[in-house]
Design a protein around this ligand. Structure first.
Ligand code: 1CP
Length: 340
């Protein structure tokens, strides 16, 4: 698999490419299946339909890897929290974690078992996916997942999380530890079900100041990485801490691929990290609105990463109103311009 080879810094004939949030609302085919399934959570819980939308971007836009269709928040949901996705508002937990009692109620063993539908989606998808295409499993970094558990949904200023961080850091560590324990087993089960690589999304890494970040987020990511690498050394691990370009020199760990977000200059990440890791990224997702903007960026990124191990991707998720035609143009152009 060219995607896995690139993760492991092996020679590849061209740069493999996929897009974060590639199975999603910009595809009419996705919207149709989602409607039919009766909403987003029902779709996640329906292995046949979730597998169908996982495969759509491979068939429709020609990416080199499929990413499991699910969400980072199924973990706290299956630990016992009440999750709803509300149109226009996003994810909402009606019962956020406020005190130790709330945390005690959450059940790791129940979660990893209840997540059977995810493992089933992986099995079905791996059977249907072409042998040369990779299937990526994923999870949220404990910090990113915990922000939703504590705030009860998306947040602009992380006020409840920060209050805990500075008033009761021990309790925040307890929450992060519990999510970490569940996530280790969850990713292990994804690997056992057949994923070829895993990605850990730390979308809200930039909410924490430097030293706090390493203590409250990065440490837990590395705990997951070390656990998986000890058991499955051949499965590539991709980390994606968004918005931490100022501390790239402090990045170290036993993972394989470092995801570069679009606000980080790729040449900077290359100079600091590419001797150790394959880099993934990092076209600005909004460039997908214009073919000229795509071409300019793909040319520049291919040039920047020449001779280095690279997986092409966006620097964050694709937006729902991107023309499918432009996404196809992007994927084809990466293949064409990176061919050796
Ligand atoms: O309306 C819909 O169809 C729901 C939109 C949607 C989709 C398609 C959500 C709600 N989640 C997803 C799928 C999803 N989420 C995937 C599937 C695979 C793919 O990439 O194609 C993945 C990997 C995620 C991961 C995820 N969920 C992250 C981390 C990645 C990122 O984009 O930063 C986060 C932060 C979430 C939480 C989430 N899920 C959905 C929403 C609207 C949100 C909130 C985002 C926010 O707080 O701003």
């Amino acid at each position: 698999m060219i995607f896995v080879d690139a993760c492991l810094k092996k020679e590849v004939p061209y740069t493999p490419v996929w897009m974060m949030r590639q199975a999603g609302r910009y595809l009419p085919e996705y919207r149709a299946v989602r409607k039919d399934a009766g909403g987003f959570i029902s779709l996640c819980k329906n292995p046949k339909k979730a597998s169908e939308v996982t495969l759509q971007p491979v068939d429709i836009v020609g990416v080199d890897a499929a990413i499991l269709f699910s969400d980072i928040l199924v973990v706290p949901m299956e630990m016992g929290m009440d999750l709803e996705f509300i149109v226009g508002r996003g994810p909402v937990f009606s019962d956020p974690v406020v005190c130790e009692e709330d945390l005690k109620k959450l059940d790791i063993q129940k979660a990893v078992k209840n997540l059977d539908y995810v493992y089933e989606t992986i099995k079905i998808t791996r059977e249907k996916l072409a042998k040369d295409k990779a299937l990526i499993g994923f999870c949220g970094a404990p910090w990113t997942v915990a922000t939703y558990m504590i705030e009860g949904g998306s947040t602009k200023n992380y006020a409840k999380c920060k209050k805990l961080l500075y008033q009761n850091p021990e309790f925040l560590h307890q929450i992060l530890s519990k999510v970490t324990q569940a996530t280790k087993i969850y990713l292990e089960n994804q690997i056992k079900a057949g994923v070829n690589a895993v990605q850990i999304f730390d979308s809200w890494a930039s909410a924490l100041e430097k030293d706090v970040y390493f203590d409250f987020s990065w440490k837990y990511i590395l705990e997951i990485v070390d656990y998986l690498k000890a058991k499955y050394p051949e499965i590539p691990i991709i980390v994606f801490p968004k918005g931490i370009s100022a501390y790239l020199d402090k990045i170290d760990g036993n993972f394989d691929v470092f995801g570069v977000d679009w606000s980080t200059p790729l040449a900077l990440a290359r100079d600091i990290l590419s001797h150790k890791y394959t880099l993934q990224g990092n076209m600005e997702p909004c460039r997908l609105y214009s073919k000229d903007a795509i071409k300019e960026s793909v040319e520049k990124i291919v040039k920047t990463m020449k001779g280095k191990s690279h997986i092409f991707n966006l620097g964050h998720g694709i937006l729902p109103d991107i023309p499918v035609e432009n996404a196809k143009y992007f994927i084809n152009l990466v293949h064409e311009l990176s061919a050796k």
